[in-house]
Design a protein around this ligand. Structure first.
Ligand code: SAH
Length: 459
């Protein structure tokens, strides 16, 4: 992070603008909105800017900039098109440790001004640090669209009830939960519909009745195979609501970064044969946290119900009457296949697809290889890297054509996505001689041959 964002209280504070043209005017408008007292310095100042400054109780000094203009100022904006003046202003400010912004000249700035979405009291600032201003403005436009203009009214309503809520809940956690519930529920809807009276009524009612539900909730959420763009909207929403997150080794870093910043993060990842936290402990922990009233996110790679032991985790929740929701995710088979140009079914190749665990029990696999050897099906092995030679060999022994195409996909859908292509005979050897990184997925079937034509994802 190259810049640290701040929100500056400029109410009744003196801000200096050097320059009297249209850019100065634009900056003046914003600063006045924030309650600043303006001092505008320039040999000539446009008429609109002059009247704006006069109306807001500021002053215009029709002269060249000199250091004395900085007296009392808490913020300086240099908006002239004369380089030497901009440099002089910036130099003086840097010496005096005064925050200065030189318009369109990031190298002279000690502060930069963001693109603003004003839903006061809610204010959003977006910056690209001067590197891609158009992108920042595009983000702002999207935010403008996401947050209805009445969002500000919701903020004001929250502010009016702040004391009442504080009095009702002494515990900060409870308070936060209350706010999150009301600001996303019917109260908010009434505000957006401009029914403020009704919104206030509902709010008062909610304060009266709240506090009885001390039981938390668990969200069992599939995070997909790695690419954060493959998350569902629901997953993202719950990721931003939960106060505690228990996550796996398979959940990628960019996805974790989308979890609410202040959420407690608990790693319960497992490596093959190396269980960081035993499954029963995870199950119990979910119950305990929910009983403390927490909203708990159990974030799992792929889909929680596909080789994810999600079923076991919610069974204990159900036994303990803890409310839960399950959010499906894109499973590794779908993600890896799509990003490798390997359709899992295809009219000419496979009429069915089978998801199989390749995890060995006591060093060996007792899968129904005879069934799996029949033609026109695609086999997808999860956790199959160690057993890869055995799987290929047993399929061949069961009668499968040794030339059946097979792909091993490592770290699918991530920037490190790699596809290794061979057949039942050659793939084990190829993989043995290659450095392969977990997680990997094995796809076997004639659909794999389509990869060479349909591959679209850069590797
Ligand atoms: N619930 C998960 C699967 C968990 S089992 C899902 O639905 O995807 C763990 C196995 O999933 C790994 O051993 C690997 O075979 C597979 N896997 C998960 N993510 C993967 C990825 N990004 N690339 C390749 N394989 C992956």
């Amino acid at each position: 992070m190259r810049y640290f964002p701040f929100f500056h209280d400029l109410h009744n504070k003196c801000c200096l603008i050097v320059g009297g043209g249209t850019i100065a005017l634009r900056k003046a408008r914003l600063l006045i909105k924030a309650g600043a007292r303006l001092r505008v310095v320039a040999p000539s100042v446009g008429p609109e800017l002059q009247s704006l400054v006069a109306e807001s109780g500021g002053e215009c000094l029709f002269e060249r900039y000199n250091e004395h203009h900085l007296d009392d100022a808490v913020l300086v904006i240099s908006a002239t098109d004369i380089d030497v003046v901009n440099e002089q202003v910036a130099g003086d400010c840097h010496r005096l440790r005064l925050p200065v912004n030189v318009v369109d000249n990031p190298s002279l700035c000690s502060i930069i001004t963001p693109a603003i979405v004003d839903r006061s009291p809610l204010i959003i600032g977006v910056t690209s640090g001067g590197e891609a201003p158009v992108l920042a403005r595009m983000v702002r436009s999207r935010l403008e669209a996401i947050f209805p203009s009445r969002y500000g009214l919701l903020g004001s309503l929250a502010s009016r009830f702040r004391e009442a809520v504080k009095a009702r809940f002494s515990d900060g956690e409870q308070r936060r939960r209350f706010w999150e519930k009301t600001l996303q529920g019917p109260v908010a809807e009434q505000v957006f519909a401009n029914n403020l009276e009704k919104a206030e009524q509902l709010m008062a009612q909610a304060i009266d009745q709240a506090g009885d539900d001390t039981l938390g909730e668990v969200y069992l959420v599939g995070a997909g195979p790695g690419d954060p763009d493959l998350l569902t909207f629901k997953a993202l929403r719950l990721m931003q609501q939960a106060e505690v997150v228990l996550y796996d080794r398979l959940v990628s870093q960019p996805i974790l970064e989308l979890v609410r910043r202040d959420a407690e993060r608990i790693y319960v990842g497992k490596k093959r044969d190396l269980h960081a936290v035993p499954q029963q402990d995870i199950n119990q922990r979910l119950v305990d946290l929910a009983k403390q009233g927490k909203r708990v996110l159990r974030l799992k790679g792929g889909d929680p119900f596909i080789f994810g032991r999600g079923g076991e985790e919610i069974e204990l929740l159900a036994d303990n009457n803890v409310p839960f929701q399950v959010v499906p995710g894109i499973t590794a088979a779908s993600g890896c296949a799509a990003y490798s140009g390997i359709p899992l079914t295809h009219r000419d190749h496979a009429q069915s697809v089978r998801f199989v665990t390749g995890h060995l029990k006591e060093g060996s696999s007792d899968l129904p290889f005879n069934e799996m050897a029949s033609a026109n099906q695609t086999l997808v092995f999860y956790m199959g890297l160690v057993a890869l030679p055995e799987i290929c060999l047993k399929l061949i022994s069961a009668g499968k054509d040794p030339k059946t195409p097979a792909a091993l996909i490592e770290r699918g859908t991530t920037p490190n996505h790699q596809v290794h292509i061979g057949d039942l005979e050659t793939l084990p050897e190829l993989v043995k001689n290659t450095e392969v990184h977990a997680p990997t997925l094995l796809i076997i079937g004639s659909v794999v041959a389509l990869h060479s034509k349909l591959n679209w994802f850069d590797q």
